[in-house]
Design a protein around this ligand. Structure first.
Ligand SMILES: CC(C)(COP(=O)(O)OP(=O)(O)OC[C@H]1O[C@@H](n2cnc3c(N)ncnc32)[C@H](O)[C@@H]1OP(=O)(O)O)[C@@H](O)C(=O)NCCC(=O)NCCS
Length: 448
């Protein structure tokens, strides 16, 4: 084994440790689009899910089957029918759905049963348990269209699912539900996953989809200047959703977003849209700081927000002790009053206990994050990180490529969060002129 390997593997493994601790004992509901299975992604997905489960996460897996049902319909020479963005399930389509679900369950169970030596599944023991956990009701007749055997979730047997999870098994659900009269209804993977996540009050709802996530400008074509928005606060996600047309295709921006928003509004703090084409996307989202894909997050209590002139007193009070001990550069009241709208604050019960300012240098496509502070009483609870994420999002929204900080004592905090040190020469011209040589601050940059 080369020495280089030790130097890369050990820090890498340690950097993952906080996320392993964080997620142990949590419940994740993972919805996998049928397209992912059709694209041959199941073996790697099963390996990743088995690994995540072995690190103490309780997993409910919901599979989709859109392409598989359509394939069965085509084989029978029957046309797939849709209305209002939903499948109309006649008796032939119901047969096809049942056949497709049966086949997929076998495939999924088989994928979790592998354990050949020298493969990632070696030594894994994943019990997969499926069952009649979902009670359904018919969609019925909408605008004169009879949806026949298409249904909606009416009830989720949360006690049954929780017992199965506590028993150490992975719960596997097909998009099917049964009415109290025993009639089967064809549901959608997205609705089942969302309802189960809400009823369980899961810690995460994750969709593995055919889209890479939500772009910062969803109506613009993809490109380097229109990256994936890795974190969407619930309020912003709701606003975006309201501006979008009703989705009809899984590739429409609102398609998965509507379910993420619904879950977040109903108490599931984080919901994710990930691309299944990226190998290991689940691991990258869950165990890496910046993740991949889009996470819709309920920031609880609306405490994280942009500052107003009324917050100036609170900001001054918060940063003053750090100015006195030299951690922060002195700023006077007039300067903060003038720049109040550059600040993001965390407020609780009328008290500001965290802040940071963003000063853009649009000509250099970058911005300085300044005065990042969290009150000593509430440090180490992730607020510093929440402010950083919001600042990154504001900068991305301005079309900037990076943010930078000048720091004398907090380098490691920033480096751990994806910043890298650069020479002060790197600074935009306008900022370089104000650089205080005597303070010898280090310059750290994070690409967005
Ligand atoms: C840096 C600061 C904003 C972090 O806020 P926070 O809410 O405590 O941050 P988080 O909860 O997201 O992260 C806390 C982690 O960072 C670590 N940390 C805090 N200060 C650090 C520093 N100076 N260097 C390295 N790590 C640091 C904590 O030990 C904690 O680690 P743990 O989770 O292993 O216990 C806060 O410590 C602060 O206000 N410091 C004083 C002002 C300052 O230095 N601002 C930066 C100006 S450039």
């Amino acid at each position: 084994m080369s020495a280089v390997f030790n130097f890369t593997f050990v820090p890498w493994f340690r950097s993952v440790a906080p996320y392993i601790h964080l997620h142990r004992g949590k419940t994740f509901v993972v919805g996998i689009a049928g397209e992912a299975i059709a694209a041959g992604k199941l073996p790697h997905l099963a390996q990743d899910l088995a690994l995540i489960q072995s690190m103490g996460v309780k997993i409910v897996l919901v599979h989709g089957f859109r392409p598989q049902v359509n394939e069965q319909l085509a084989a029978k020479g029957h046309e797939a029918k849709y209305s209002h963005g939903m499948r109309i399930t006649d008796s032939v389509a119901l047969d096809c759905a049942q056949e497709a679900a049966g086949q997929l369950r076998y495939e999924i169970e088989a994928a979790f049963s592998q354990g050949l030596p020298n493969t990632p599944m070696a030594g894994s023991t994943v019990r997969v348990i499926s069952g009649n956990f979902i009670t359904a009701r018919p969609v019925g007749i909408v605008d004169g269209v009879d949806f026949k055997h298409s249904g909606m979730v009416r009830k989720v047997d949360t006690a049954g699912i929780k017992r199965t999870l506590d028993f150490g098994a992975m719960v596997l659900l097909s998009p099917f539900g049964f009415s109290p009269t025993g009639e089967a209804f064809n549901l959608t993977m997205e609705e089942v996953a969302t309802s189960v996540a809400i009823e369980l009050q899961a810690d995460k709802l994750i969709f593995l989809t055919e889209i890479p996530g939500i772009r910062t400008s969803p109506d613009q074509p993809e490109g380097e200047d229109n990256p994936i928005d890795t974190e969407l606060p619930l309020a912003a996600a709701e606003k975006l959703l309201a501006s979008l047309p009703n989705p009809t295709q899984p590739t429409d921006t609102a398609f998965y977003l509507q379910h993420c928003v619904k879950a977040c509004k109903s108490g599931v703090e984080r919901s994710h849209i990930l691309p299944f084409v990226v190998d290991g996307s689940l691991l990258l989202e869950i165990y890496v700081h910046d993740g991949i894909g889009t996470m819709v997050i309920d920031e609880k209590l609306e405490s994280l927000r942009e500052a107003t002139a009324d917050d100036v007193g609170g900001i001054l009070q918060l940063i003053e002790p750090f100015e006195k001990d030299g951690t922060l550069v002195k700023r006077d009241r007039t300067e903060i009053e003038r720049d109040a709208d550059h600040y993001t604050v965390i407020e609780h019960d009328g008290v500001i206990f965290g802040c940071a300012a963003l000063y853009p240098y649009p000509e250099a496509k970058t911005a300085e994050m300044a005065a990042l502070t969290v009150s000593p009483h509430s440090q180490s609870q992730g607020d510093g990180e929440r402010i950083l994420k919001r600042i990154e999002q504001r900068a991305r929204g301005m079309g900037l490529k990076s943010i930078f900080v000048l720091t004398t004592r907090t380098m490691h905090w920033f480096i751990k969060r994806g910043f890298a040190q650069v020479d002060p020469e790197w600074l935009p011209e306008a900022r370089k002129r104000k650089y205080n040589i005597n303070r010898k601050s280090q310059v750290l940059v994070k690409n967005l």
